[in-house]
Design a protein. Structure first.
Length: 208
């Protein structure tokens, strides 16, 4: 598997709380938001910098600042919405697109029902976000959509992944980096990650 596991102690601690069945929607949302911000810190390590001159209260100096690389964040509806604000706290200038997919309960294949992206897709580096990478179908379909619109640089960030999902995305999109806080054991017969954390969308929004 080609995957980067972000194993920072704070992320792993908060992930354990997120997994806990006793964690309610309010705390779940807050923890997910915090973990998304911490993960965004890790996946932006390769943003390009340029040297520029500034003047401190004491003297002029050469400093390094971001080059202004355009970033796009694309949550997969609906669970991906729970990670958006955490990412935007670190990258406030990023534009946010939305892709709506649901998984057919019989075939487990993704079905698109909504897509709204920035107008300058080809000029941006994109981060696709979704708490769960299960079969990989929804993530791969979202990446397909972005590539069809002209995106060339894409990363996938998820909280928890199944080995099957990672392998599927690796096979379909070998050029896309996969970043996750954990790769779990497997998928069950219903396509849920084991041990996972249940249905992320339901736990974020308090639905069944």
């Amino acid at each position: 598997m080609q995957v980067k596991i972000i194993d920072h102690p704070l992320i792993q601690h908060k992930l354990s709380l997120i997994r806990d069945v006793k964690t309610g929607p309010k705390e779940f949302r807050e923890l997910l938001d915090e973990v998304a911000m911490l993960m965004a810190y890790e996946i932006t390590r390769d943003l390009p910098l340029e040297v520029t001159e500034i003047e401190t209260p004491v003297a002029k100096c050469q400093c390094r600042m971001l080059t202004g690389k355009k970033i796009g964040v694309v949550p997969i509806l609906r669970a991906g919405l729970g990670m958006v604000n955490g990412v935007l706290r670190l990258i406030p200038a990023a534009k946010v697109g939305h892709v709506g997919l649901y998984r057919d309960p019989d075939t487990l294949q993704p079905v698109e029902y909504y897509c709204k992206l920035p107008s300058d897709v080809a000029e941006r580096d994109f981060v696709v976000i979704d708490p769960m990478l299960a079969t990989g179908g929804s993530s791969s379909a979202t990446i397909d959509i972005l590539k069809q619109k002209g995106a060339k640089h894409i990363k996938l960030m998820c909280l928890v992944a199944a080995p099957e999902g990672v392998l599927f995305v690796n096979k379909q999109h070998p050029d896309v980096g996969v970043y996750t806080a954990a790769v779990d054991e497997c998928l069950n017969d219903h396509g849920y990650i084991v041990p996972g954390l249940g249905d992320a969308g339901d736990r974020i929004f308090g639905t069944k």
